[in-house]
Write a protein that binds this ligand. Structure first.
Ligand SMILES: NC(=O)c1ccc[n+]([C@@H]2O[C@H](COP(=O)([O-])OP(=O)(O)OC[C@H]3O[C@@H](n4cnc5c(N)ncnc54)[C@H](O)[C@@H]3O)[C@@H](O)[C@H]2O)c1
Length: 269
């Protein structure tokens, strides 16, 4: 799909990867619904896009609230006329202490934002894309969704969920002309990685900074390029793309495949 003249919604577009993708899509001529819990960050993204001559509008959304997700879709339809592209991107890491020491509410929140909300957002967006005759969805998973991630096992579980969900929704292309894919970035230089969680002690902060500094960081605009590749390339469906430093992008095939019997697909009678 050529992004020019299309309408895109991006969750978590008030910062990091979401903002970089918003700027890239706006630069290609798409109109952007900037969805985020963080109003200041979201409005700053709108300003950056408008200053560059693009079209964008902010919508305050908590992706863990079903009503907010429905409102986000209506907002894009009323403001720009529909939804063609959805970058399902908002996400968080688990604060310290992490699983298995983490309190139930902490790891539940990670699962709620990083997996439940990704599923709920798709459910809200797909009907709008059907009304439009099709669309492109790019979920943000992570390398932690393809391999073990020892620092945050629940985040890894949620992101593996996003990869499985993405691959299992490939049938939507045949059924509704909607292509679903996901990006699996390595460590990206965003506030998620650089931010200072208030729950951390001085010693934990130093250890974390030292750990981050050992890793080559990917720039957010390099991740945006991967999202744009999924938008543009109509042959990519149900794929997980790993993005590592360099940046190196490659599709990661699942290790085993089941036979695809169309009569057994989700949504079949
Ligand atoms: N930074 C990395 O190294 C990295 C690597 C792989 C995957 N990711 C994933 O990329 C995505 C974006 O992360 P980022 O690095 O840009 O982080 P970031 O913290 O810079 O941006 C995340 C954005 O999501 C928003 N958000 C969080 N909870 C929300 C909610 N409930 N409702 C609406 N918005 C909410 C935040 O306000 C923020 O603007 C996440 O899904 C993250 O898991 C990040």
């Amino acid at each position: 799909m050529d992004p020019k003249g299309r309408v895109a919604i991006i969750t978590g577009a008030g910062s990091g990867i979401g903002r970089a993708t918003a700027l890239a899509l706006a630069g290609e001529g798409a109109s952007l619904a900037i969805a985020d819990l963080n109003e200041q960050g979201g409005r700053e993204t709108v300003r950056l896009i408008e200053d560059a001559g693009g079209k964008a509008a902010f919508v305050h959304v908590d992706v863990t609230k079903r009503d907010d997700l429905e409102r986000m879709v209506s907002f894009a339809e009323q403001t720009f006329g529909g939804v063609d592209i959805f970058h399902n991107n908002a996400g968080i890491g688990t604060p310290q202490p992490r699983f298995p020491a983490a309190a139930l509410e902490l790891w539940e929140k990670t699962l709620t934002v990083d997996l439940w909300a990704v599923i709920a957002a798709l459910q809200a967006v797909v009907p709008a894309m059907r009304r439009r005759g099709g669309g492109v969805i790019v979920n943000t998973a992570s390398l932690a969704g393809l391999i073990a991630h020892f620092p945050d096992p629940v985040y890894s579980a949620a992101k593996h969920g996003v990869v499985g969900l993405t691959r299992s929704l490939a049938f939507l292309r045949d059924e509704a002309n909607i292509r679903v894919n996901c990006i699996c970035p390595g460590v990206v230089d965003t506030p998620m990685v650089r931010g200072v969680p208030s729950s951390m002690s001085e010693a934990e902060l130093k250890a974390r900074e030292a750990y981050v500094n050992t890793m080559p960081l990917i720039r957010p605009d390099e991740i945006a390029e991967a999202v744009l590749e999924f938008v543009r390339d109509d042959t990519l469906v149900g794929q997980a793309m790993a993005i590592t430093h360099g940046p190196r992008r490659r599709i990661i095939d699942p290790p085993i495949r089941f036979r695809d019997d169309p009569s057994q697909r989700a949504g079949s009678p």
